[in-house]
Design a protein around this ligand. Structure first.
Ligand code: FES
Ligand code: FES
Length: 177
């Protein structure tokens, strides 16, 4: 059975006609062309399909869009504003926190949700918040450093941001753990 759904995605109203059992992950990628959200395990275990619903991270592989009408859905495509990357995206690029990049969209949106709640999370807070987002490439340390850097910049903490950027950008492979 198909249903017509009125979804609000990245600030735009999008109508789709889809089978009611189709997951949000499938609708985003296949019906709305938003392929930034990645298709991983489909079992709720890897976090690569994470998007935000009303600012809260959800696993789109386990979510039915029929439940989300009227809610604000944000994917990685919605992070950049007015042609400018989100500070998290800039920090990930600068510090080399993405390698193959498959986990990166889910981590970026999850990290955004954290920084929207807590502008000054500790390293432990960030690690615990992102514990459901698996990465096979980076060893996680660069990811945590990039979130730290973005948080410092978003707080306007120039000294902390400068120290973090200077300490890590172009750094050696010790960033892996
Ligand atoms: S694809 Fe959704 S958690 Fe892995
Ligand atoms: S950068 Fe490759 S899985 Fe995370």
């Amino acid at each position: 059975m198909k249903a017509t759904l009125a979804l609000r995605v990245n600030g735009e109203d999008r109508d789709v006609v889809v089978p009611v059992h189709k997951t949000l992950l499938e609708v985003l990628r296949e019906d709305l062309g938003l392929t930034g959200t990645k298709h991983g395990c489909e079992l709720g275990e890897c976090g690569t399909c994470t998007v935000l619903v009303d600012g809260t991270p959800v696993l789109s592989c386990l979510t039915l869009p029929v439940e989300l009408q009227g809610r604000a859905i944000t994917t990685v495509e919605g992070l950049a504003q007015c042609g400018r990357l989100h500070p998290l995206q800039e920090a990930f690029t600068e510090l080399g926190a993405a390698q193959c990049g498959y986990c990166t969209p889910g981590i970026l949106v999850a990290a955004k949700a954290l920084l929207d709640r807590d502008p000054a999370p500790t390293r432990t807070d960030v690690a615990e918040w992102l514990a459901g987002n698996l990465c096979r490439c980076t060893g996680y340390l660069k990811i945590l450093e990039a979130v730290d850097l973005a948080a410092a910049r978003m707080r306007g903490d120039a000294a902390a941001a400068g120290a973090r950027a200077a300490g890590r950008a172009g750094g050696p492979a010790e960033a892996r753990r």
